[in-house]
Design a protein around this ligand. Structure first.
Ligand SMILES: [Zn+2]
Ligand SMILES: [Zn+2]
Length: 340
């Protein structure tokens, strides 16, 4: 009995409908007009889209259990640890740093825009270093290991990544004066959109979303981010407003002539939980053991993935450059890489 009760609570929790159920029970529908009420309506959106995506895949006989198995295991493994560490990390950063904020902001619309731009900047910083510093890549690569794209990928993260991401993002935002209530609203919107951009081709074939593709970061851009094609590697780090990718030169549109290959460049078994979860950490450990001298060992931790003490680097930059060299005849593709 307890098992079924726990399972029921887990499912309600996953679907994000506990607050909605409470509102229905009390009959106090006016709550829906408050910010909390709006959150309670939007929260179930992504879990339901995920179910719809799975439903469609089953209907069109495209459902493959492997596409969902690993993110599901990771979600369950993270369920009890990650969330609480992350909430504690956010609370800690706010408590410690709020008094050092450059200035104060309020819940006015213009501060909301300011806050969102700062939030995107902080997200860019966390995400960029998640790809460019080997230790942080060990945390982030779990999210990139799946070799297909669907909404379940949004739940696939190494359990220590959320605290790392939240410490970086919260610290920058709080120091830049984004006040906590404003920050929570932005985090909610960002979390919802950040999940939605993992929508698979089973649900939305063309992720460009029409004209939106030229204004904001769409599922198409995030599919590019999850690709291991040399041209696409280490691009599109933003989440909703891709201004910082444009500022820092990491912006990349999806090219119709280049089919996305999802996953990471390391040889990984996407169906092996241990490999997906700890494979990069193990690889880093092996490289450190092999490296001569303490300096080289430490460099492995902070240099980009693919850096080698022998000088034979296989970083994303080196791989991309080699690809450009090999594909000189595809001028229209190359031109963009060189300019970008
Ligand atoms: Zn990433
Ligand atoms: Zn992603």
């Amino acid at each position: 009995m307890i098992f079924f009760q726990t399972l029921f609570h887990e499912i309600i929790g996953f679907l994000g409908i506990s607050r909605l159920i409470e509102i229905c029970k009390t009959g106090d529908y006016k709550v829906l007009l408050t910010l909390n009420g709006i959150f309670s309506v939007i929260s179930p959106l992504i879990p339901f889209l995920l179910l719809l995506e799975i439903g469609r895949a089953i209907f069109y006989k495209r459902f493959k259990i492997e596409d969902y198995k690993m993110p599901f295991f990771i979600f369950v493994a993270n369920r009890f640890i990650s969330r609480f560490i992350s909430i504690a990390a956010v609370a800690f950063c706010i408590g410690v740093l709020e008094k050092y904020a450059l200035f104060g902001t309020s819940l006015k619309w213009y501060w909301f825009i300011y806050g969102y731009v700062i939030w995107e900047f902080s997200h860019f910083i966390y995400h960029y270093f998640g790809h460019k510093v080997r230790l942080f890549w060990c945390l982030h690569s779990t999210h990139h290991a799946p070799e297909t794209m669907n909404l379940s990928v949004t739940y696939a993260h190494f359990f220590l990544e959320a605290p790392y991401a939240d410490v970086v993002r919260t610290s920058i935002c709080i120091l830049m004066g984004v006040n906590p209530p404003l920050l929570f609203i932005i985090m909610f919107i960002d979390g919802t959109w950040g999940a939605f951009i993992h929508v698979g081709e089973n649900l939305i074939k063309d992720g460009r979303l029409g004209f939106l593709n030229n204004i904001i970061l769409t599922p198409s851009h995030h599919r590019v981010h999850h690709a291991k094609n040399p041209l696409y590697m280490d691009t599109n780090f933003c989440n909703l407003l891709n201004i910082w990718d444009k500022v820092f030169g990491t912006f990349q549109h999806e090219k119709r002539e280049m089919k996305i290959e999802y996953g990471i460049s390391r040889d990984v078994n996407p169906n092996n939980f241990l490999d997906v979860y700890f494979g990069e950490l193990y690889g880093l450990w092996k490289d450190m053991v092999k490296a001569p001298g303490i300096k080289n060992k430490l460099l492995y931790i902070v240099m980009p993935p693919g850096w080698s003490h022998t000088g034979e680097h296989k970083t994303a930059r080196v791989v991309k450059r080699a690809w450009v060299e090999e594909n000189k005849e595809s001028v229209h593709l190359v031109k963009e890489v060189v300019e970008g």
